[in-house]
Design a protein around this ligand. Structure first.
Ligand code: FES
Length: 263
């Protein structure tokens, strides 16, 4: 039946009684080589299905860490597409490769010595003013960030707006890979968010309270000490048995053990 194959691991396929037992396969090209993979997989799962083992280019598997930036093309389409391998589902005949790391200038600084002023960013990243406003960075962003607007905001000295616009940045570096002006946008925005969060935004009251409680009552000392005394096997057990918030949890979900929660 065309590109429909049976899942060799599913015994129920033999009886052919359940529609779920049939796995539909699609061809994809990973770094130029053709593979047949189940069509419901993400790019990351498909690569593993094809036999690849991730030793880098894979972190959270949840669309947060930015380690799995992927570029691909579709047949008969001139456009280059981008996505996160852990989030993007395969499409028939897609040509793809991952770019888990993209070299970019990253300025060195001592954060405590920086002033809460845009001039600090201009000094560390003068290439900010090489932006030609082509908007390629915005088009390529897998998080739908208004990247070029954030660059413009910074050029105008508006650190707050740049920090807020780029709050969802996962540092994948795809913007940098496409930039005509050679800007390392993701590093520049990270600095902007650090300056805004650490030196401009008012301190959060609840956080201040929590830090005071920790310092005064040494609330975590005992549990940290017991963790540090565990061997690898014990740590593994504790890790596997920890309570995890269910993916379907509602807003008011609370862990059963609440002794370390702050009001
Ligand atoms: S593995 Fe973390 S974003 Fe994909």
């Amino acid at each position: 039946m065309g590109n429909v194959e049976r899942n060799p691991f599913d015994k129920s396929v033999e009886e052919n009684t359940h529609p779920v037992a049939v796995v539909r396969m699609v061809p994809i090209f990973i770094m130029g080589k053709r593979y047949e993979v189940p069509r419901s997989l993400t790019i990351m799962q498909a690569m593993e299905y094809a036999g690849f083992k991730f030793i880098r280019g894979c972190g959270c598997r949840g669309g947060i860490c930015g380690a799995c930036a992927t570029v691909y093309r579709k047949p008969g389409d001139y456009k280059i597409y981008v996505g996160l391998a852990c989030q993007t589902v395969v499409e028939p005949e897609m040509y793809l490769t991952q770019i888990p790391f993209y070299p970019a200038n990253r300025a060195g600084y001592r954060f405590e010595e920086l002033k809460p002023a845009p001039e600090e960013i201009f000094k560390l990243y003068p290439e900010l003013f090489r932006c030609v406003a082509c908007n390629a960075c915005t088009k390529v962003c897998p998080m739908n960030i208004e990247t070029m607007d954030a660059v413009s905001a910074l050029k105008q000295g508006d650190i707050k707006r740049a920090a807020e616009l780029t709050f969802d940045c996962i540092q994948c570096g795809l913007c940098t890979s496409r930039c005509f002006g050679e800007l390392p946008q993701h590093h520049i925005f990270q600095l902007a968010r650090r300056i805004y969060g650490g030196k401009i935004q008012p301190e959060a009251e609840h956080l201040k309270r929590a830090v005071q409680v920790i310092k005064k009552e040494n609330s975590f000392d005992e549990i940290l000490k017991s963790l540090m005394e565990m061997n690898e096997e014990e740590l593994h057990k504790v890790y596997l048995e920890r309570e995890i918030e269910p993916t379907t949890a509602t807003e008011d979900w609370m862990p059963s053990e609440r002794q370390f929660l702050f009001e």
